[in-house]
Ligand binder design. Structure first.
Ligand code: ADP
Ligand code: MG
Length: 567
């Protein structure tokens, strides 16, 4: 060991470790899943680089992970022969948290353990989960193609040490020195069952050592041969998505999601498809149950994991999903793209476009089906991601109708703030003679619900959609029709209720207009330049007056939005 030096963790790491150790203690065994998941990622990365430079294998191309326990030393060791890390990479990956939006994440913590452990699950703690069971962690690693190796060591209390070491094999070895009360993880059977439970889908072998069996005698005095000890794979070690759908269990899909999605929660649902024909690919797409803590962060990496002919190519290939579906996680395995495909090549590529189109409609169909068959599940989805879907009508004109079917709104039908009314439901409830879908957009749900513009609609029993999300105004600018019916804001221009007006009330209206003749002129005079026009209206039943915008003018929401961005 040479050049040993101590480093302080980035401030966030210290906080994270503390929080994690206390909030994740109910499910300690997942540390192994996280470390095996990282080893598998490291194997993927090496295989990818070796496409260009086969020498990186240095004669050892059988990538694997090995897990072992030492009862005397009270350690569990996870070692891989993947890509390894340079000194600098160790500092960046294990000494700081390099995720975008980390600061916001810490701001959101409440100090309430139950809530925070939820959040921390969304954040994902990965490597640091080692400290749930270990009071000291040693990482020895050597990067493929390099000679220098490093040893990283920490007790998880604010600092870590780094030193130069010799390491014969490329890759990473992680030694966990177990806490006193965590000795159950020294048990071979326990380790095996954890690996089978969480890591069966990992595509490289996860091996444990089978102890040698000495020669012995059977019950009838027959000789039983001695068996040498050997490493044996205890997982299936085939890429999950290449297997037949009918052979994959729900639990396997769920565990695989946690690996590809770097998520601690289970997914809400998924779709696994092999597409054959002009473009051939397999897709395994997941909808998360929870939005990531940084869903609205612009720097957030999104996209699918891309494989070409089962070889990992890149993470976060964002070209395969439109932005309004950026919460979708999962992977694509293409048979047509070249192995040396780069982000630039993907950018403007016929195959990319064909896959993107296929995946987009796959997701839209899956959501539509969920909305119809599992409304409760869909509500969970909508509450988490509805705001993102609302960007769809503007972004993806070709799928506008399909996206419109996915939308959910609050409405005067129940006056509840939960957005759970679909346009299809609205249309079914439309009144005789009603030919438009009415909506109102306001700053808040409360304002929308008590808008004076609603009075006439409530009186006549006509349902109105109540909108108050930031994106609503903008979305409605792109969504003018559904199922052949015009979407009409009730705060815009002249309100023409068409066939919904009956003759009697029309007469009554004319009468009352005569009664107050001259009033409009007087109000116009006194308001002067402050308004464009004063009009007599029948749309109010209780309130004396309200402000409307002309059909083609910017709405008051839009005006506020523009002002807020300095226009
Ligand atoms: P994530 O896997 O989501 O990136 P982790 O906390 O699990 O986050 O790991 C952090 C980083 O540390 C990884 O992205 C990787 O760069 C590095 N790393 C962790 N384990 C290994 C390993 N066994 N081999 C190589 N690099 C690793
Ligand atoms: Mg990880």
């Amino acid at each position: 060991i040479k050049n040993k030096e101590n480093h302080q963790f980035g401030t966030d790491v210290g906080k994270l470790l503390n929080l994690m150790i206390h909030s994740l203690c109910s499910n300690k065994e997942i540390f192994l899943r996280e470390l095996v998941s990282n080893a598998s990622d490291a194997a993927d990365k090496l295989r990818y680089l070796a496409l260009q430079n086969g020498d990186l294998y240095g004669g050892d191309a059988e990538l694997k992970v090995r897990v072992s326990a030492d009862k005397e030393a009270k350690t569990v060791t996870i070692s891989d022969n993947g890509i390894g890390m340079s000194r600098e990479e160790v500092i960046n990956s294990l000494g700081t948290i390099a995720k975008s939006g980390t600061a916001e994440f810490f701001q959101n913590l409440t100090g309430d353990q139950a809530k925070d452990s939820q959040l921390i699950g969304q954040f994902g703690v990965g490597f640091y989960s080692a400290f749930i069971v270990a009071d000291e962690v040693t990482v020895r690693t050597r990067k493929a193609g390099e000679d220098a190796a490093v040893e990283w060591q920490s007790k998880g209390e604010g600092e870590y040490s780094l030193a130069d070491i010799q390491k014969a094999e490329r890759g990473t070895e992680i030694v966990l020195h177990l806490r006193d009360d965590e000795e159950e993880f020294l048990d071979e059977f326990r380790l095996r069952s954890i690996i089978t439970k969480y890591s069966d889908h990992i595509s490289i072998p996860v091996e444990m050592f089978k102890a040698p069996v000495p020669e012995s005698e059977g019950p009838d005095g027959e000789k039983i041969e001695a068996q040498p000890g050997e490493w044996e794979a205890i997982n299936r070690a085939t890429a999950l998505w290449t297997r037949d759908k009918s052979e994959i269990s729900e639990d396997e899909y769920k565990e695989f999601y946690k690996h590809v999605g770097h998520d601690w929660e289970e997914p809400l649902t998924w779709a696994h498809n092999k597409v054959e024909g002009k473009t051939e690919y397999t897709s395994l797409l997941y909808i998360p149950k929870k939005a990531p803590f940084d869903l609205w962060n612009r720097d957030r990496q999104t996209g699918l994991k891309l494989y070409v002919q089962r070889v990992f190519i890149m993470d976060d290939a964002e070209q395969f999903m439109p932005s309004y579906l950026r919460f979708v996680k999962g992977l694509l395995d293409s048979n047509d793209l070249p192995l040396n495909v780069s982000r630039e090549i993907l950018q403007d590529n016929k195959i990319t476009q064909a896959i993107r189109k296929g995946c987009t409609s796959r997701i839209l169909k899956m959501l539509d089906r969920m909305g119809k068959n599992k409304p409760e599940e869909y509500q969970v989805f909508w509450n988490e991601f509805g705001q993102v879907i609302k960007e769809g009508p503007a972004e993806d004109a070709a799928n506008k109708e399909a996206i419109a079917k996915l939308l959910r709104f609050s409405s005067t039908n129940t006056d509840e703030s939960t957005q759970n009314v679909s346009l299809e439901q609205y249309v079914e409830r439309m009144k005789e003679g009603q030919d438009k879908i009415y909506y109102v957009v306001a700053d808040s749900f409360a304002t929308a619900k008590s808008s004076p513009h609603l009075e006439i609609f409530r009186k006549k029993g006509i349902e109105v959609l109540l909108m108050s999300d930031r994106v609503d105004e903008w979305m409605m600018g792109h969504l003018t029709e559904f199922d052949g019916k015009q979407l009409q804001s009730i705060t815009r221009g002249d309100l023409d209720l068409g066939d919904l007006e009956d003759e009697e009330s029309k007469k009554a209206q004319e009468e009352s207009e005569k009664e107050v003749a001259g009033l409009v002129e007087r109000i116009t005079e006194s308001l002067g330049d402050k308004v464009k026009e004063v009009r007599f209206t029948h749309r109010l039943t209780d309130s004396p007056a309200c402000v409307v915008v002309d059909d083609h003018d910017m709405s008051s929401q839009m005006q506020k939005l523009m002002e807020s961005i300095g226009q």
